[in-house]
Design a protein around this ligand. Sequence first.
Ligand SMILES: NC(=O)C1=CN([C@@H]2O[C@H](COP(=O)(O)OP(=O)(O)OC[C@H]3O[C@@H](n4cnc5c(N)ncnc54)[C@H](OP(=O)(O)O)[C@@H]3O)[C@@H](O)[C@H]2O)C=CC1
Ligand SMILES: N[C@@H](CC=O)C(=O)O
Ligand code: NA
Length: 430
Amino acid sequence: MAAVKIGLLGFGTVGRGVYKVLQTHREKIYNTLGVEVEIARVLVRNLEKYQKTYPELSNLFTEDPREVIDDPEIKIVVEVMGGIKPALDYVLQAMRNDKSVITANKDMIAEHGRELFATHEEQGVDFLFEASVAGGIPIIRTLKESLAGNNFKEVIGIINGTTNYMLTKMSLYGAPYEEVLKEAQEKGYAEADPTSDVEGFDAARKLAILASIAFNSRVTFKDVYAEGITRITPIDIQYARELGGVIKLLGIAKEDEEGIEVRVHPTIIPQSHPLAAVNDVFNAIFVEGDAVGPLMFYGRGAGELPTASAVIGDIIEAVKNIRHHDTGRIGCTCYLEKPVKPIGEISTKYYIRLVVEDKPGVLASVAQVFGNQGVSIASVIQKRSIEDLAELVVMTHRVKERHIRDAVSILKGMSTVREIANVIRAEGDF
Ligand SMILES: NC(=O)C1=CN([C@@H]2O[C@H](COP(=O)(O)OP(=O)(O)OC[C@H]3O[C@@H](n4cnc5c(N)ncnc54)[C@H](OP(=O)(O)O)[C@@H]3O)[C@@H](O)[C@H]2O)C=CC1
Ligand SMILES: N[C@@H](CC=O)C(=O)O
Ligand code: NA
């Protein structure tokens, strides 16, 4: 059988990784599939730049997307260029031209999933996206197929490699924020615009995809509450440590009788929690299935080769399905419509760091505000005194977010409260 031809859209960190892994494992892939897989064309933005850097691949590069998406010889299009436009148009056109599509693009899926899955179903082609969530961890097909015999009540994880790398370096070595962000960019972990990583948007997109699959109901990027790591300071990291915790950017998706909650935010978790030991670029995802029980997946969440590994897995699947005339088998799993709870309705614990006037009665008045708003305090510690001011760290019991927001808003208006320095959600025993 003639080689199955693949067109790549993009030749950056992931695109290069896909090319390298296909070359390195050429023989193994042939033996797995019984057919060669060949990269026939690669779309880039700046032809000259790529032809100069990779002269040996010069004939593969093109600046014309039609040479990939309209070429009848190309059976699989791998979109690793990122962004929503024009990637979405190219991917839709490729599917309309009866090509299977593989993508690493969570931005596109989390915002345009409905259209993408509708086209994939109409056309009966494969639409595979393992690399879009948690890089090299095989989680998408695992949830959709291997764990199809389960209902899930929660999915919790560290699903952004850049911020986990940054928080690890900041926590363990006290490294400065800007320096660790630069390192993550140099290693190819960060998005083209790293704001997506540090503001929690990248993790929110991945959580939308995971929650949609786990709860069989469409969750989009805009449904997810997202808060990033930009407000995390060395002081909070230090206080969290003193409380027996670590700060991680978590994606949390849960379902109960009121609906689905989906949120991404820095979270203080106990040092004994399994996610506390997930460091550097590693990601980890916990799911709890009603049949299988708890499961945890761990691996590299970003980077050239780990992400390419996920893309190659999808290529193998797509080629198998093309060979057996069985494409489009696994359709969209969002066949229910469940409500998404507003952030005010979620319940968790809170760490609140505030700077107050250091004089009698102030602590009591702060405690009174929390009490009046139905917030039960688990502990208060006075950490530092700065001239006539005192820094307090309040840990609450589990409470609805709207009560905390009301309390914080009242505290902000009090003359004895100089600053609400940070509010960080906490999970586990503190
Ligand atoms: N990096 C990672 O670890 C991971 C990335 N992803 C996802 O994979 C995708 C690719 O990421 P990554 O490889 O890091 O990105 P890069 O920025 O490293 O590479 C993007 C590539 O696409 C090309 N490109 C971008 N826009 C266009 C366009 N309009 N027309 C033609 N070519 C274009 C770029 O060309 P040029 O150089 O000329 O701009 C470059 O070759 C993204 O969706 C990302 O979210 C998913 C998991 C992990
Ligand atoms: N920027 C992302 C890349 C993988 O999706 C991350 O850091 O996790
Ligand atoms: Na993955």
